[in-house]
Write a protein that binds this ligand. Sequence first.
Ligand code: NI
Length: 228
Amino acid sequence: MVINALIAASLALTSTTAPATAQATVDCSRVKCLALTFDDGPGEHTPTLLKLLKKEGVKATFFLVGRQVVKHPEIAKRTLAEGHAIGNHTYSHASLPTRLDDEILEELKVNQEVIEKATGYRPTMYRPPYGSTDARVLNLANQVDLAEILWTGTTLDWSLKDAAKIKAAALKLAKRDGAILMHDTEPGTVKAMPEIIKELKKRGYHLVTVPTLLRGKGPAAGKSYFKR
Ligand code: NI
């Protein structure tokens, strides 16, 4: 009886702490969806962003740099646990087309290991640093079972710095089925997020992860999404 009660209690706990399941019910072919994506973390500002996303019930996608995951493994783990999607952004933020095949594979594979060690999850998608890619890079990513995720618009937040300017840039780029590139390493971006989210919700957007945006038809290894 005691064991049954314990099982019942743990099941109840599981069902109330699974925000990722709720996200899966968003059907982007029926409602207006947009994916907010954050690159280069985890970093010192990521927890502030995670707290806000949780409060707002917003799911996002984070492309993690391996050398940052090594520094902040607990933030990487928390990001996934809170229902966000995570992807590979190479180990050292390398511009891949300038590298040899073995070096590219190493950048991707080592980061897969690092992320899996920190979170227990092996990513199925990657984003090439600087958006620099070509057919050779895409083919090598396919060998590591990774889909390539680019973006429909970049805020250039790393250059703008100012929160009001970043907000204006993000809102201008917002469009149905879009994927907006930002950086959780930029304090101005994290500062601008409450107002960005408020305005996007007002415009009727459902803020979802990249896999949710792809409606279950991806990400598929070796395929490139949001090609500009
Ligand atoms: Ni980057």
